[in-house]
Design a protein around this ligand. Structure first.
Ligand code: ADE
Length: 409
């Protein structure tokens, strides 16, 4: 049937058994950087981890094969490895956040309970996930969270190889220090929680040079939260997040402490309320995909000859320029906003401009951050969507890119 997702080294297809039950088949692609033996080890690692796990919020392994064969169009045979997985019909958390906006804190809490219970189970069994991110969080037909993708999971108590995805990596992982997978998982879970309630990441990377995380490094929490002062977030949420992303893992809350925190113990919606909210979000998501002329990959369509590749929907664009002067870049962004008649608000303290562009009946709200690459003098303009239609966001970004390009290139 159709393609559900495409990763760097795998493709996920929707499949049906003889009785019509649906499953997701993760088919491994060959990685030219790895030997056949390394590839087998990575595959068997994922299999072994999944075989040992059984929890309502961890995606289940149904079956696997290392010796499957597929027929190429020219009649030759291709050797394949695949995993048959539980089908998470409602798709990825990433798409819901990108296209349907923030989650109220109580709804975010509902899913965070499910994520923490999944992590608690994994950690109790000695496994660390090491690649938590919204793309690896799926939902089943009843909108229950299913943590997926155990390709980086390990039983090592102390890891020394950098694993994960930059935006979600703890500072000790980015710094290439030895780290504990449990602590790295909890750090990533806090970043996901932040994205759930604000629709944007708390920082680009948890390192000293990061425009936002540098405030954490210096303990300047007021400054960190000032940047996010336009967000409607509770004091308890601020307290929890602050205590989960400290630079030193010893200063962070443990999983038990997270569970005991007042934010974690706040009010919860009922599963019916979650379902009602998600059904609305699904309608929005389907309309957006239809408008873009794309199939909704999570609906069945056997006739479609060539399924569209799963494309990540960006909430963020970055453009690099050989410019040293950040003030000049801020001024140029402001001039462009004036030129295009877009409402803007220039931050006094940060190299950052907030834009509110009116497009037809809707408004796109976005931030333009001027960032510095630590390794050279390059500056980059980062456009982050806060709310509004993604196609409108792309069109505003393109206008700025063209205007700023003329000034800097
Ligand atoms: N995308 C990736 N894995 C999936 C799964 N198991 N179910 C639905 N969509 C997916």
């Amino acid at each position: 049937l159709n393609t559900l997702g495409c990763g760097a080294f795998s493709k996920v297809k929707l499949v049906k058994d003889g009785e019509g039950n649906k499953f997701a088949m993760k088919i491994m692609k060959s990685d030219s950087k790895k030997s056949k033996e390394q590839e087998d080890n990575v595959f068997m690692n994922e299999v072994e981890v999944m075989k040992d796990l059984d929890h309502p919020h961890l995606l289940k392994l149904i079956d696997y094969s290392t010796k499957a064969e597929a027929l190429r169009p020219d009649g030759t045979k291709l050797k394949l490895k695949y995993l048959t997985l539980e089908y998470a019909e409602a798709g990825e958390l990433f798409d819901y956040i990108a296209e349907t906006g923030v989650f109220p804190e109580s709804h975010a809490r509902y899913f965070y309970h499910q994520l923490i219970s999944a992590l608690e189970h994994m950690h109790a069994k000695g496994f660390k996930h090491r690649d938590l991110k919204p793309e690896n969080i799926l939902f089943d037909k009843d909108f229950n969270l299913k943590l997926a993708d155990f390709g980086f999971a390990t039983t090592e108590d102390i890891s020394d190889s950098r694993k994960g995805t930059y935006g979600y990596m703890a500072p000790e992982v980015i710094a290439n220090n030895a780290y504990r997978g449990e602590e790295a998982d909890l750090f990533a879970s806090a970043v996901i929680l932040f994205i759930l309630v604000t629709q944007h990441p708390p920082f680009i990377r948890a390192e000293e040079d990061d425009r936002y995380y540098s405030k954490v490094f210096k303990g300047q929490w007021n400054k960190f939260w000032d940047v996010h002062s336009d967000m409607d977030i509770s004091e308890n949420f601020i307290d929890l997040f602050t205590k989960m992303v400290s630079v030193d893992p010893k200063d962070r809350l443990t999983l038990e402490q997270v569970k005991a925190h007042p934010w974690f113990n706040g009010t919860l919606p009922t599963p019916e309320e979650i379902k009602e909210d998600f059904l609305k979000r699904q309608k929005v998501l389907k309309n957006v995909l239809k408008r873009k002329g794309k199939e909704n990959e999570n609906t069945e369509n056997a006739q479609k000859p060539k399924p569209a590749k799963k494309k990540k929907i960006p909430m963020k664009y970055t453009k690099f320029y050989e410019v040293e002067d950040a003030d000049l870049m801020v001024d140029t962004v402001v001039k462009c906003a004036q030129h295009l008649g877009i409402k803007y608000d220039k931050s006094k303290e940060y190299f950052r401009v907030e834009l509110k562009a009116q497009k037809d009946k809707s408004e796109v709200h976005m931030l333009v951050n001027i960032l510095k690459k630590p390794e050279n003098n390059m500056r980059c303009l980062e456009f982050v969507k806060i709310s509004g239609d993604l196609a409108d966001f792309e069109s505003v970004f393109k206008k700025f890119r063209s205007y700023c390009g003329r000034k800097f290139e």
